[in-house]
Design a protein. Structure first.
Length: 202
């Protein structure tokens, strides 16, 4: 039994649109694996999302965003990006991490899972691969020179997590220093940074 899509296909005729056909031809020419994966999955055209997304089964695309991209290469990039998540099973892996409540155990320490950070790591690796295939990157796409097409997303996630923990530790040290200088009085910013940057956004 096939999964039920999260959104209704509001513009099914978009899959016959000339710009979609041109994007698929472009994808087939430079990144055939991505092209094949798009063919194997249903594209759901919906206005319920601002850009595009995938649940690991369907590809959801906002028609206005798709048609608003300046050329076929960027449209191919968009489609390739979503199937990249499907190929690497990011939605399924993210669900496992959220369900069990942590990402990985290293040296007896549970590494927390943050969906937004994991998606950022995945985006950086997928986008690097699409660029290497010769597709034009979309404005606003996540790029990170530290991560290449050969990186494992889990490795990129751990690196981002370690970086954030290091920054948090340095900030905490600075705040403690400010508190000592104030001779025990509530120094400016003392305790005000608690919880900053933490969210449950998905």
């Amino acid at each position: 039994m096939k999964a039920i899509p999260h959104f209704q296909n509001e513009r099914p005729e978009m899959s016959e649109h000339e710009d979609f056909s041109a994007a698929m031809i472009t994808l087939s020419a430079v990144a055939r694996v991505y092209w094949r994966m798009v063919i194997m999955h249903d594209v759901i055209w919906t206005y319920r999302l601002p850009t595009a997304a995938t649940d690991g089964v369907y590809i959801y695309v906002n028609p206005n965003f798709f048609l608003g991209l300046p050329n076929h290469s960027q449209r191919a990039f968009l489609l390739g990006h979503e199937v990249g998540h499907i190929v690497l099973r990011h939605p399924q892996r993210g669900k496992v991490f959220r369900t069990r409540g942590f990402f990985r155990i290293i040296d007896g320490i549970k590494i927390a899972f943050d969906h937004r950070r994991y998606n950022e790591a995945a985006d950086a690796v997928i986008n690097a691969d699409l660029i290497a295939h010769g597709l034009e990157v979309i404005d606003g796409a996540i790029l990170d020179d530290r991560f290449t097409r050969d990186h494992l997303v889990d490795e990129a996630y751990l690196e981002l997590t370690e970086e954030l923990e290091q920054e948090a530790g340095e900030q905490e040290g600075e705040e403690e220093g400010e508190g000592e200088e104030s001779d025990g009085e509530a120094g400016e910013g003392s305790g005000s940074g608690e919880g900053e940057g933490e969210s449950e956004e998905e």
